[in-house]
Design a protein. Sequence first.
Lengths: 363, 215
Amino acid sequence: MRSAVYVRRRLVAAARWMLLAVALVVQFGSNAALLVGTTPMSPVELGGYVALGIVGAGAAAALTLRRSIPRWYAAGGCVVLLACAGALSADLPPEGALRAGHWSLGLIGWYGLVLLFGLPPRWAGLLLGAVGVLYTVPVVAENPTTTGLANLGVGLGSVLGLQFAVALGSHLLAGIARRAQATADEEQQVRIEEETAAAVAANHERRYADLREATIPLLRGLADGELDPRDPVVRRRCAVEAARMRRLFAEHADSGDRLVHELGGIIDVAERHGVSVHLTVRGAPTALPDNVRAGLLGPISEALVTADGDAKVTVLHAPDHVRVAVRCDAPGLQLPRDGSGEVEVVESTSGGQLWLETSWQSR
Amino acid sequence: MAISVVVIDDHPAITAGIRTWYAQATPAIEVVAEGTTPDVAWSPPGDTADVVVLDLNLDGTASSYQHTVRRLVDAGRRVIVYTMRDGQDVAISCLDLGVAAFVTKAEGHEHLVAATVAAAENRPYLPPALAGAIAANREPLRPQLSEREREVLELWFQSESKQLVADRMNITPRTVGTYLDRVRLKYANVGRPAPTKAALLARAVQDGIVDLGEL
Protein backbone atom coordinates (compact mmCIF):
# COMPACT_ATOMS: atom_id res chain seq x y z
CA MET A 1 0.00 0.00 0.00
CA ARG A 2 2.82 2.33 0.88
CA SER A 3 4.30 1.99 -2.61
CA ALA A 4 1.02 3.00 -4.27
CA VAL A 5 0.76 6.13 -2.14
CA TYR A 6 4.39 6.87 -2.83
CA VAL A 7 3.97 6.55 -6.60
CA ARG A 8 0.91 8.79 -6.57
CA ARG A 9 2.67 11.47 -4.50
CA ARG A 10 5.74 11.36 -6.70
CA LEU A 11 3.65 11.68 -9.85
CA VAL A 12 1.61 14.61 -8.53
CA ALA A 13 4.68 16.39 -7.12
CA ALA A 14 6.56 15.97 -10.40
CA ALA A 15 3.68 17.47 -12.37
CA ARG A 16 3.51 20.48 -10.06
CA TRP A 17 7.27 21.04 -10.18
CA MET A 18 7.13 20.86 -13.95
CA LEU A 19 4.55 23.66 -14.10
CA LEU A 20 6.60 25.77 -11.70
CA ALA A 21 9.74 25.14 -13.75
CA VAL A 22 7.96 26.43 -16.86
CA ALA A 23 6.90 29.59 -15.02
CA LEU A 24 10.36 30.19 -13.54
CA VAL A 25 12.07 29.69 -16.91
CA VAL A 26 9.61 32.12 -18.51
CA GLN A 27 10.18 34.74 -15.82
CA PHE A 28 13.91 34.47 -15.24
CA GLY A 29 14.85 33.25 -18.71
CA SER A 30 12.95 34.59 -21.68
CA ASN A 31 11.23 37.51 -19.92
CA ALA A 32 14.41 38.67 -18.20
CA ALA A 33 16.27 38.61 -21.52
CA LEU A 34 13.43 40.46 -23.19
CA LEU A 35 13.17 43.17 -20.54
CA VAL A 36 16.92 43.75 -20.28
CA GLY A 37 17.32 43.93 -24.05
CA THR A 38 14.52 46.40 -24.84
CA THR A 39 13.25 49.80 -23.72
CA PRO A 40 13.81 50.94 -20.13
CA MET A 41 11.20 49.43 -17.82
CA SER A 42 8.45 51.61 -16.35
CA PRO A 43 8.14 51.57 -12.52
CA VAL A 44 4.89 49.57 -12.83
CA GLU A 45 6.60 46.94 -15.00
CA LEU A 46 9.50 46.68 -12.61
CA GLY A 47 7.15 46.38 -9.62
CA GLY A 48 5.06 43.73 -11.38
CA TYR A 49 8.15 41.75 -12.36
CA VAL A 50 9.45 41.75 -8.78
CA ALA A 51 6.02 40.85 -7.30
CA LEU A 52 5.61 37.92 -9.71
CA GLY A 53 9.16 36.79 -8.96
CA ILE A 54 8.36 36.77 -5.23
CA VAL A 55 5.19 34.71 -5.81
CA GLY A 56 7.21 32.19 -7.83
CA ALA A 57 10.07 32.01 -5.33
CA GLY A 58 7.61 31.53 -2.45
CA ALA A 59 5.88 28.67 -4.28
CA ALA A 60 9.25 27.03 -4.97
CA ALA A 61 10.23 27.37 -1.30
CA ALA A 62 6.90 25.89 -0.13
CA LEU A 63 7.20 22.95 -2.53
CA THR A 64 10.77 22.28 -1.43
CA LEU A 65 10.17 22.56 2.31
CA ARG A 66 6.58 21.32 2.75
CA ARG A 67 6.01 19.44 -0.52
CA SER A 68 2.75 21.36 -0.89
CA ILE A 69 1.57 24.93 -1.19
CA PRO A 70 -0.62 26.08 1.73
CA ARG A 71 -4.13 27.18 0.83
CA TRP A 72 -3.60 30.68 2.26
CA TYR A 73 -0.52 31.12 0.12
CA ALA A 74 -2.37 30.00 -3.01
CA ALA A 75 -5.26 32.39 -2.32
CA GLY A 76 -2.93 35.31 -1.54
CA GLY A 77 -0.79 34.51 -4.57
CA CYS A 78 -3.84 34.59 -6.87
CA VAL A 79 -4.77 38.03 -5.52
CA VAL A 80 -1.23 39.27 -6.28
CA LEU A 81 -1.42 37.73 -9.77
CA LEU A 82 -4.71 39.48 -10.54
CA ALA A 83 -3.40 42.78 -9.14
CA CYS A 84 -0.30 42.47 -11.38
CA ALA A 85 -2.50 41.62 -14.38
CA GLY A 86 -4.64 44.72 -13.75
CA ALA A 87 -1.70 47.09 -13.19
CA LEU A 88 0.49 45.79 -16.02
CA SER A 89 -2.29 45.70 -18.64
CA ALA A 90 -3.33 49.27 -17.75
CA ASP A 91 0.29 50.32 -18.18
CA LEU A 92 0.35 49.12 -21.82
CA PRO A 93 -0.58 51.24 -24.84
CA PRO A 94 -4.17 50.25 -25.76
CA GLU A 95 -3.47 48.49 -29.03
CA GLY A 96 -4.85 45.08 -29.83
CA ALA A 97 -1.89 43.03 -31.02
CA LEU A 98 0.20 41.21 -28.44
CA ARG A 99 3.76 42.42 -28.30
CA ALA A 100 6.86 42.39 -26.12
CA GLY A 101 5.07 44.53 -23.52
CA HIS A 102 2.64 41.62 -22.91
CA TRP A 103 5.41 39.52 -21.35
CA SER A 104 3.44 39.28 -18.11
CA LEU A 105 0.35 37.63 -19.68
CA GLY A 106 1.78 34.13 -20.10
CA LEU A 107 3.78 34.30 -16.88
CA ILE A 108 0.77 35.17 -14.71
CA GLY A 109 -1.13 32.23 -16.18
CA TRP A 110 1.67 29.76 -15.45
CA TYR A 111 1.99 30.91 -11.84
CA GLY A 112 -1.78 30.62 -11.56
CA LEU A 113 -1.63 26.97 -12.64
CA VAL A 114 1.07 26.24 -10.04
CA LEU A 115 -0.92 27.87 -7.24
CA LEU A 116 -4.24 26.26 -8.17
CA PHE A 117 -2.80 22.81 -8.88
CA GLY A 118 -4.87 20.04 -7.35
CA LEU A 119 -8.11 22.09 -7.26
CA PRO A 120 -10.89 21.40 -9.79
CA PRO A 121 -9.90 22.95 -13.17
CA ARG A 122 -12.77 25.45 -13.00
CA TRP A 123 -10.65 27.50 -10.56
CA ALA A 124 -7.81 27.72 -13.08
CA GLY A 125 -10.42 28.56 -15.75
CA LEU A 126 -11.79 31.32 -13.55
CA LEU A 127 -8.35 32.82 -12.92
CA LEU A 128 -7.30 32.63 -16.56
CA GLY A 129 -10.65 34.14 -17.63
CA ALA A 130 -10.19 37.00 -15.17
CA VAL A 131 -6.65 37.61 -16.49
CA GLY A 132 -8.06 37.63 -20.04
CA VAL A 133 -10.70 40.19 -19.06
CA LEU A 134 -8.10 42.40 -17.30
CA TYR A 135 -5.96 42.46 -20.46
CA THR A 136 -8.99 43.14 -22.69
CA VAL A 137 -10.61 45.98 -20.73
CA PRO A 138 -7.98 48.72 -21.41
CA VAL A 139 -8.04 47.90 -25.13
CA VAL A 140 -11.85 47.90 -25.39
CA ALA A 141 -12.05 51.17 -23.44
CA GLU A 142 -10.17 52.98 -26.21
CA ASN A 143 -12.58 52.08 -29.07
CA PRO A 144 -10.29 49.70 -30.92
CA THR A 145 -10.59 48.65 -34.56
CA THR A 146 -12.10 45.28 -35.38
CA THR A 147 -8.70 44.03 -36.52
CA GLY A 148 -7.15 45.14 -33.24
CA LEU A 149 -9.81 43.27 -31.25
CA ALA A 150 -9.42 40.18 -33.41
CA ASN A 151 -5.64 40.28 -32.92
CA LEU A 152 -6.05 40.54 -29.19
CA GLY A 153 -8.57 37.68 -29.20
CA VAL A 154 -6.22 35.41 -31.14
CA GLY A 155 -3.31 36.27 -28.87
CA LEU A 156 -5.20 35.81 -25.59
CA GLY A 157 -6.94 32.71 -26.89
CA SER A 158 -3.75 30.94 -27.78
CA VAL A 159 -1.84 31.82 -24.59
CA LEU A 160 -4.65 31.29 -22.08
CA GLY A 161 -6.20 28.41 -24.06
CA LEU A 162 -2.93 26.49 -23.95
CA GLN A 163 -2.65 27.11 -20.22
CA PHE A 164 -6.21 25.97 -19.56
CA ALA A 165 -5.55 22.82 -21.59
CA VAL A 166 -2.50 22.14 -19.40
CA ALA A 167 -4.64 22.68 -16.28
CA LEU A 168 -7.16 20.11 -17.56
CA GLY A 169 -4.33 17.72 -18.38
CA SER A 170 -2.80 17.94 -14.92
CA HIS A 171 -6.23 17.45 -13.35
CA LEU A 172 -6.71 14.29 -15.41
CA LEU A 173 -3.24 13.13 -14.41
CA ALA A 174 -4.05 13.59 -10.71
CA GLY A 175 -7.29 11.64 -11.24
CA ILE A 176 -5.47 8.79 -12.94
CA ALA A 177 -2.88 8.69 -10.16
CA ARG A 178 -5.63 8.59 -7.55
CA ARG A 179 -7.42 5.75 -9.29
CA ALA A 180 -4.15 3.88 -9.71
CA GLN A 181 -3.54 4.14 -5.99
CA ALA A 182 -7.09 3.04 -5.17
CA THR A 183 -6.74 0.03 -7.46
CA ALA A 184 -3.39 -0.90 -5.97
CA ASP A 185 -4.85 -0.55 -2.45
CA GLU A 186 -7.82 -2.72 -3.32
CA GLU A 187 -5.61 -5.40 -4.84
CA GLN A 188 -3.41 -5.36 -1.77
CA GLN A 189 -6.46 -5.64 0.49
CA VAL A 190 -7.83 -8.56 -1.52
CA ARG A 191 -4.44 -10.31 -1.36
CA ILE A 192 -4.27 -9.81 2.42
CA GLU A 193 -7.82 -11.09 2.87
CA GLU A 194 -7.14 -14.11 0.69
CA GLU A 195 -3.97 -14.93 2.59
CA THR A 196 -5.66 -14.46 5.95
CA ALA A 197 -8.59 -16.63 4.91
CA ALA A 198 -6.22 -19.33 3.66
CA ALA A 199 -4.21 -19.24 6.90
CA VAL A 200 -7.37 -19.37 9.03
CA ALA A 201 -8.76 -22.23 6.94
CA ALA A 202 -5.50 -24.17 7.21
CA ASN A 203 -5.44 -23.60 10.95
CA HIS A 204 -9.04 -24.80 11.29
CA GLU A 205 -8.36 -27.86 9.21
CA ARG A 206 -5.37 -28.73 11.33
CA ARG A 207 -7.40 -28.35 14.47
CA TYR A 208 -10.37 -30.29 13.18
CA ALA A 209 -7.82 -33.01 12.43
CA ASP A 210 -6.67 -32.71 16.06
CA LEU A 211 -10.26 -33.18 17.14
CA ARG A 212 -10.45 -36.36 15.09
CA GLU A 213 -7.37 -37.65 16.85
CA ALA A 214 -8.36 -36.69 20.37
CA THR A 215 -12.10 -36.12 20.65
CA ILE A 216 -13.45 -38.97 18.59
CA PRO A 217 -11.50 -41.74 20.38
CA LEU A 218 -12.65 -40.20 23.67
CA LEU A 219 -16.32 -40.26 22.62
CA ARG A 220 -15.93 -43.74 21.21
CA GLY A 221 -14.38 -44.91 24.46
CA LEU A 222 -17.25 -43.44 26.46
CA ALA A 223 -19.84 -44.98 24.14
CA ASP A 224 -18.20 -48.40 24.22
CA GLY A 225 -17.95 -48.27 27.98
CA GLU A 226 -14.15 -48.59 27.86
CA LEU A 227 -13.76 -45.24 29.59
CA ASP A 228 -15.40 -44.58 32.91
CA PRO A 229 -16.92 -41.07 33.31
CA ARG A 230 -16.25 -41.35 37.05
CA ASP A 231 -12.53 -41.52 36.41
CA PRO A 232 -11.04 -38.04 37.10
CA VAL A 233 -8.62 -38.46 34.18
CA VAL A 234 -11.49 -39.13 31.77
CA ARG A 235 -13.40 -36.16 33.17
CA ARG A 236 -10.38 -33.91 32.64
CA ARG A 237 -9.99 -35.14 29.07
CA CYS A 238 -13.66 -34.36 28.46
CA ALA A 239 -13.29 -30.84 29.89
CA VAL A 240 -10.26 -30.15 27.73
CA GLU A 241 -11.91 -31.44 24.55
CA ALA A 242 -15.12 -29.55 25.26
CA ALA A 243 -13.24 -26.26 25.76
CA ARG A 244 -11.31 -26.89 22.58
CA MET A 245 -14.44 -27.51 20.54
CA ARG A 246 -16.21 -24.47 21.99
CA ARG A 247 -13.32 -22.29 20.95
CA LEU A 248 -13.16 -23.76 17.48
CA PHE A 249 -16.88 -23.17 16.93
CA ALA A 250 -16.74 -19.65 18.34
CA GLU A 251 -13.71 -18.66 16.33
CA HIS A 252 -15.45 -18.13 13.00
CA ALA A 253 -16.94 -14.95 14.39
CA ASP A 254 -13.61 -13.39 15.33
CA SER A 255 -11.23 -14.61 12.66
CA GLY A 256 -10.31 -10.95 11.97
CA ASP A 257 -8.87 -10.64 15.46
CA ARG A 258 -5.14 -11.38 15.31
CA LEU A 259 -4.74 -11.05 19.07
CA VAL A 260 -7.38 -13.73 19.68
CA HIS A 261 -5.99 -15.81 16.85
CA GLU A 262 -2.54 -15.90 18.44
CA LEU A 263 -4.05 -16.43 21.85
CA GLY A 264 -5.76 -19.49 20.35
CA GLY A 265 -2.34 -20.95 19.57
CA ILE A 266 -1.21 -20.39 23.17
CA ILE A 267 -4.38 -21.99 24.51
CA ASP A 268 -3.76 -24.98 22.22
CA VAL A 269 -0.43 -25.54 23.90
CA ALA A 270 -1.93 -25.17 27.38
CA GLU A 271 -4.61 -27.70 26.49
CA ARG A 272 -1.98 -30.22 25.42
CA HIS A 273 -0.72 -29.90 29.00
CA GLY A 274 -4.19 -30.80 30.22
CA VAL A 275 -5.46 -27.33 31.12
CA SER A 276 -9.09 -26.66 30.28
CA VAL A 277 -9.31 -23.07 29.06
CA HIS A 278 -12.41 -20.98 28.69
CA LEU A 279 -11.98 -17.91 26.51
CA THR A 280 -14.36 -14.93 26.43
CA VAL A 281 -13.82 -12.07 23.98
CA ARG A 282 -15.66 -8.76 24.14
CA GLY A 283 -15.51 -5.69 21.91
CA ALA A 284 -14.54 -5.00 18.32
CA PRO A 285 -10.92 -5.88 17.50
CA THR A 286 -8.53 -3.04 16.69
CA ALA A 287 -5.21 -3.29 14.89
CA LEU A 288 -2.35 -3.57 17.40
CA PRO A 289 1.36 -3.05 16.74
CA ASP A 290 3.23 -6.39 16.69
CA ASN A 291 5.29 -5.60 19.78
CA VAL A 292 2.16 -4.66 21.75
CA ARG A 293 0.46 -7.91 20.81
CA ALA A 294 3.53 -9.84 21.88
CA GLY A 295 3.72 -7.84 25.12
CA LEU A 296 0.06 -8.53 25.91
CA LEU A 297 0.30 -12.26 25.23
CA GLY A 298 3.74 -13.10 26.66
CA PRO A 299 2.85 -13.10 30.37
CA ILE A 300 -0.54 -14.73 29.66
CA SER A 301 1.24 -17.52 27.82
CA GLU A 302 3.65 -18.08 30.71
CA ALA A 303 0.81 -18.25 33.19
CA LEU A 304 -1.18 -20.67 31.06
CA VAL A 305 1.59 -23.17 30.45
CA THR A 306 2.30 -23.42 34.18
CA ALA A 307 -1.41 -23.55 35.07
CA ASP A 308 -3.10 -26.60 36.41
CA GLY A 309 -6.76 -27.51 35.97
CA ASP A 310 -9.17 -24.86 34.70
CA ALA A 311 -8.28 -21.42 33.40
CA LYS A 312 -10.44 -18.55 32.32
CA VAL A 313 -9.05 -16.12 29.76
CA THR A 314 -10.72 -12.84 28.85
CA VAL A 315 -9.99 -10.33 26.10
CA LEU A 316 -11.58 -6.91 26.20
CA HIS A 317 -11.27 -4.50 23.29
CA ALA A 318 -12.42 -1.16 24.72
CA PRO A 319 -12.38 1.97 22.55
CA ASP A 320 -9.13 3.29 24.04
CA HIS A 321 -7.48 0.22 25.52
CA VAL A 322 -7.07 -3.53 25.30
CA ARG A 323 -6.97 -5.87 28.31
CA VAL A 324 -6.10 -9.54 28.37
CA ALA A 325 -6.43 -11.48 31.62
CA VAL A 326 -6.13 -15.01 32.89
CA ARG A 327 -7.51 -16.54 36.07
CA CYS A 328 -6.28 -19.93 37.11
CA ASP A 329 -4.98 -21.88 40.08
CA ALA A 330 -1.81 -20.23 41.32
CA PRO A 331 1.21 -22.25 40.22
CA GLY A 332 3.70 -23.41 42.84
CA LEU A 333 6.52 -21.65 41.09
CA GLN A 334 6.19 -17.88 40.86
CA LEU A 335 8.07 -16.20 38.05
CA PRO A 336 8.83 -12.49 38.14
CA ARG A 337 6.98 -10.71 35.35
CA ASP A 338 7.55 -7.27 33.94
CA GLY A 339 5.68 -5.25 31.40
CA SER A 340 7.47 -4.82 28.11
CA GLY A 341 7.37 -1.33 26.65
CA GLU A 342 3.92 0.20 26.77
CA VAL A 343 2.18 -2.92 28.08
CA GLU A 344 1.24 -2.85 31.75
CA VAL A 345 1.20 -6.11 33.71
CA VAL A 346 -0.71 -6.47 36.97
CA GLU A 347 -0.71 -9.69 38.93
CA SER A 348 -2.41 -10.72 42.14
CA THR A 349 -2.78 -13.98 43.99
CA SER A 350 -5.61 -14.54 46.40
CA GLY A 351 -7.17 -17.69 47.83
CA GLY A 352 -4.91 -19.94 45.72
CA GLN A 353 -6.05 -18.17 42.55
CA LEU A 354 -3.76 -16.28 40.22
CA TRP A 355 -5.19 -13.31 38.40
CA LEU A 356 -2.86 -11.86 35.81
CA GLU A 357 -3.74 -8.97 33.59
CA THR A 358 -1.90 -7.27 30.71
CA SER A 359 -3.21 -4.04 29.28
CA TRP A 360 -2.34 -1.44 26.70
CA GLN A 361 -3.63 2.11 26.30
CA SER A 362 -4.00 3.09 22.68
CA ARG A 363 -4.08 6.80 23.48
CA MET B 1 -42.05 -18.97 50.28
CA ALA B 2 -39.74 -20.44 47.68
CA ILE B 3 -39.01 -18.55 44.51
CA SER B 4 -40.79 -20.25 41.60
CA VAL B 5 -39.12 -20.63 38.25
CA VAL B 6 -40.12 -21.87 34.82
CA VAL B 7 -37.22 -23.19 32.71
CA ILE B 8 -37.38 -23.14 28.92
CA ASP B 9 -34.52 -25.09 27.34
CA ASP B 10 -34.35 -27.78 24.69
CA HIS B 11 -31.61 -29.81 26.38
CA PRO B 12 -32.86 -32.11 29.16
CA ALA B 13 -29.37 -32.21 30.67
CA ILE B 14 -29.38 -28.44 31.15
CA THR B 15 -32.82 -28.49 32.74
CA ALA B 16 -31.74 -31.27 35.09
CA GLY B 17 -28.60 -29.34 36.02
CA ILE B 18 -30.57 -26.16 36.72
CA ARG B 19 -32.96 -28.10 38.98
CA THR B 20 -30.05 -29.45 40.99
CA TRP B 21 -28.41 -26.04 41.43
CA TYR B 22 -31.69 -24.43 42.50
CA ALA B 23 -32.41 -27.25 44.96
CA GLN B 24 -29.15 -26.50 46.78
CA ALA B 25 -29.66 -22.72 46.81
CA THR B 26 -30.62 -20.48 49.70
CA PRO B 27 -33.22 -19.03 49.67
CA ALA B 28 -35.01 -22.03 48.18
CA ILE B 29 -35.81 -21.90 44.49
CA GLU B 30 -38.31 -24.28 42.95
CA VAL B 31 -38.67 -25.19 39.29
CA VAL B 32 -42.44 -25.36 38.88
CA ALA B 33 -42.48 -26.04 35.17
CA GLU B 34 -40.09 -26.82 32.36
CA GLY B 35 -40.36 -27.30 28.65
CA THR B 36 -38.72 -26.87 25.28
CA THR B 37 -40.91 -24.01 24.00
CA PRO B 38 -42.02 -20.66 25.50
CA ASP B 39 -45.62 -21.99 25.70
CA VAL B 40 -44.76 -23.53 29.05
CA ALA B 41 -44.43 -20.01 30.52
CA TRP B 42 -47.94 -19.07 29.39
CA SER B 43 -49.90 -22.03 30.75
CA PRO B 44 -50.35 -23.23 34.36
CA PRO B 45 -48.34 -23.81 36.45
CA GLY B 46 -45.63 -21.91 34.52
CA ASP B 47 -47.76 -18.81 33.94
CA THR B 48 -47.47 -17.66 37.55
CA ALA B 49 -43.77 -18.47 38.10
CA ASP B 50 -41.74 -15.58 39.57
CA VAL B 51 -38.89 -15.93 37.10
CA VAL B 52 -38.62 -17.25 33.53
CA VAL B 53 -35.26 -18.82 32.63
CA LEU B 54 -35.06 -18.79 28.85
CA ASP B 55 -32.58 -20.36 26.46
CA LEU B 56 -32.22 -18.36 23.25
CA ASN B 57 -31.13 -21.21 21.03
CA LEU B 58 -34.60 -22.60 20.67
CA ASP B 59 -34.68 -22.25 16.94
CA GLY B 60 -31.63 -20.14 16.26
CA THR B 61 -33.22 -17.13 14.58
CA ALA B 62 -32.68 -13.65 15.99
CA SER B 63 -36.13 -12.26 15.20
CA SER B 64 -37.95 -15.03 17.00
CA TYR B 65 -35.96 -14.65 20.22
CA GLN B 66 -36.64 -10.93 20.24
CA HIS B 67 -40.31 -11.58 19.78
CA THR B 68 -40.36 -14.22 22.54
CA VAL B 69 -38.46 -12.05 24.99
CA ARG B 70 -40.49 -8.94 24.21
CA ARG B 71 -43.79 -10.75 24.69
CA LEU B 72 -42.75 -12.11 28.09
CA VAL B 73 -41.24 -8.82 29.29
CA ASP B 74 -44.23 -6.76 28.16
CA ALA B 75 -46.47 -9.07 30.18
CA GLY B 76 -44.40 -8.09 33.24
CA ARG B 77 -42.50 -11.39 33.46
CA ARG B 78 -38.98 -11.31 34.88
CA VAL B 79 -36.87 -13.06 32.28
CA ILE B 80 -33.35 -14.39 32.71
CA VAL B 81 -31.77 -15.25 29.40
CA TYR B 82 -29.53 -18.28 29.93
CA THR B 83 -27.75 -19.14 26.76
CA MET B 84 -24.77 -20.57 24.89
CA ARG B 85 -24.80 -17.47 22.72
CA ASP B 86 -21.79 -15.46 23.76
CA GLY B 87 -22.21 -12.45 21.49
CA GLN B 88 -22.29 -9.02 23.09
CA ASP B 89 -24.83 -7.67 20.61
CA VAL B 90 -27.35 -10.26 21.74
CA ALA B 91 -26.63 -9.41 25.38
CA ILE B 92 -27.08 -5.67 24.86
CA SER B 93 -30.24 -6.14 22.81
CA CYS B 94 -31.72 -8.38 25.54
CA LEU B 95 -30.98 -5.69 28.14
CA ASP B 96 -32.72 -3.16 25.96
CA LEU B 97 -35.74 -5.42 25.63
CA GLY B 98 -35.92 -5.44 29.43
CA VAL B 99 -34.65 -8.81 30.62
CA ALA B 100 -33.65 -9.05 34.27
CA ALA B 101 -30.28 -10.65 33.49
CA PHE B 102 -28.29 -12.23 30.72
CA VAL B 103 -26.19 -15.20 31.86
CA THR B 104 -24.08 -17.35 29.55
CA LYS B 105 -23.91 -21.07 30.08
CA ALA B 106 -20.13 -20.83 30.29
CA GLU B 107 -20.42 -18.84 33.51
CA GLY B 108 -20.56 -20.61 36.84
CA HIS B 109 -23.94 -21.79 38.11
CA GLU B 110 -23.62 -19.42 41.07
CA HIS B 111 -24.29 -16.56 38.67
CA LEU B 112 -27.53 -18.13 37.48
CA VAL B 113 -28.65 -18.67 41.06
CA ALA B 114 -27.69 -15.16 42.15
CA ALA B 115 -29.38 -13.67 39.08
CA THR B 116 -32.55 -15.65 39.82
CA VAL B 117 -32.73 -14.47 43.43
CA ALA B 118 -32.08 -10.87 42.34
CA ALA B 119 -34.70 -11.06 39.58
CA ALA B 120 -37.36 -12.37 41.95
CA GLU B 121 -36.74 -9.37 44.20
CA ASN B 122 -36.51 -6.84 41.33
CA ARG B 123 -32.92 -6.22 42.29
CA PRO B 124 -30.14 -5.72 39.75
CA TYR B 125 -27.55 -8.39 39.04
CA LEU B 126 -24.78 -8.06 36.52
CA PRO B 127 -22.98 -11.33 35.67
CA PRO B 128 -19.37 -11.04 34.39
CA ALA B 129 -19.99 -11.83 30.70
CA LEU B 130 -22.71 -9.19 30.60
CA ALA B 131 -20.35 -6.75 32.34
CA GLY B 132 -17.84 -7.41 29.54
CA ALA B 133 -20.52 -6.75 26.92
CA ILE B 134 -21.39 -3.43 28.57
CA ALA B 135 -17.71 -2.46 28.91
CA ALA B 136 -17.18 -3.08 25.19
CA ASN B 137 -20.46 -1.49 24.09
CA ARG B 138 -19.81 1.29 21.57
CA GLU B 139 -23.35 2.07 20.52
CA PRO B 140 -23.80 5.82 20.20
CA LEU B 141 -26.81 5.94 22.54
CA ARG B 142 -25.24 3.85 25.30
CA PRO B 143 -25.45 5.19 28.87
CA GLN B 144 -22.37 7.13 29.95
CA LEU B 145 -20.36 5.44 32.68
CA SER B 146 -17.91 7.03 35.07
CA GLU B 147 -14.23 6.07 34.96
CA ARG B 148 -14.60 4.17 38.23
CA GLU B 149 -17.70 2.29 37.10
CA ARG B 150 -15.93 1.27 33.91
CA GLU B 151 -12.90 -0.01 35.83
CA VAL B 152 -15.06 -2.09 38.20
CA LEU B 153 -16.99 -3.46 35.23
CA GLU B 154 -13.85 -4.54 33.38
CA LEU B 155 -12.17 -6.09 36.42
CA TRP B 156 -15.36 -7.98 37.32
CA PHE B 157 -15.57 -9.28 33.76
CA GLN B 158 -12.00 -10.55 34.04
CA SER B 159 -11.89 -11.91 37.55
CA GLU B 160 -15.51 -13.01 38.21
CA SER B 161 -14.80 -12.29 41.86
CA LYS B 162 -15.96 -9.23 43.78
CA GLN B 163 -13.29 -9.93 46.39
CA LEU B 164 -10.50 -9.82 43.79
CA VAL B 165 -11.89 -6.61 42.29
CA ALA B 166 -12.19 -5.11 45.77
CA ASP B 167 -8.57 -6.02 46.62
CA ARG B 168 -7.32 -4.58 43.35
CA MET B 169 -9.17 -1.29 43.77
CA ASN B 170 -8.80 -0.94 47.54
CA ILE B 171 -12.55 -0.85 48.14
CA THR B 172 -14.92 -3.32 49.80
CA PRO B 173 -16.70 -6.08 47.89
CA ARG B 174 -19.93 -4.36 48.88
CA THR B 175 -18.83 -1.18 47.10
CA VAL B 176 -17.94 -3.26 44.05
CA GLY B 177 -21.52 -4.56 44.11
CA THR B 178 -22.88 -1.03 44.37
CA TYR B 179 -20.90 0.10 41.33
CA LEU B 180 -22.17 -2.88 39.33
CA ASP B 181 -25.74 -2.19 40.45
CA ARG B 182 -25.48 1.41 39.35
CA VAL B 183 -24.20 0.42 35.91
CA ARG B 184 -27.04 -2.08 35.58
CA LEU B 185 -29.56 0.58 36.58
CA LYS B 186 -28.19 3.03 34.04
CA TYR B 187 -29.05 0.44 31.41
CA ALA B 188 -32.52 -0.03 32.87
CA ASN B 189 -33.04 3.71 32.55
CA VAL B 190 -32.52 3.91 28.78
CA GLY B 191 -34.06 2.47 25.63
CA ARG B 192 -37.52 1.03 25.29
CA PRO B 193 -39.71 1.20 28.38
CA ALA B 194 -40.62 -2.10 30.04
CA PRO B 195 -42.45 -2.93 33.27
CA THR B 196 -39.44 -4.92 34.51
CA LYS B 197 -37.16 -1.93 34.02
CA ALA B 198 -39.56 0.28 35.96
CA ALA B 199 -39.75 -2.31 38.77
CA LEU B 200 -35.95 -2.54 38.89
CA LEU B 201 -35.58 1.24 39.16
CA ALA B 202 -38.37 1.55 41.73
CA ARG B 203 -36.72 -1.07 43.90
CA ALA B 204 -33.33 0.62 43.53
CA VAL B 205 -34.76 3.92 44.74
CA GLN B 206 -36.37 2.10 47.68
CA ASP B 207 -33.05 0.40 48.50
CA GLY B 208 -31.22 3.74 48.26
CA ILE B 209 -28.86 2.64 45.47
CA VAL B 210 -29.95 5.62 43.40
CA ASP B 211 -32.21 8.51 44.26
CA LEU B 212 -35.05 9.84 42.17
CA GLY B 213 -33.08 12.92 41.15
CA GLU B 214 -30.47 10.76 39.42
CA LEU B 215 -33.01 9.04 37.19
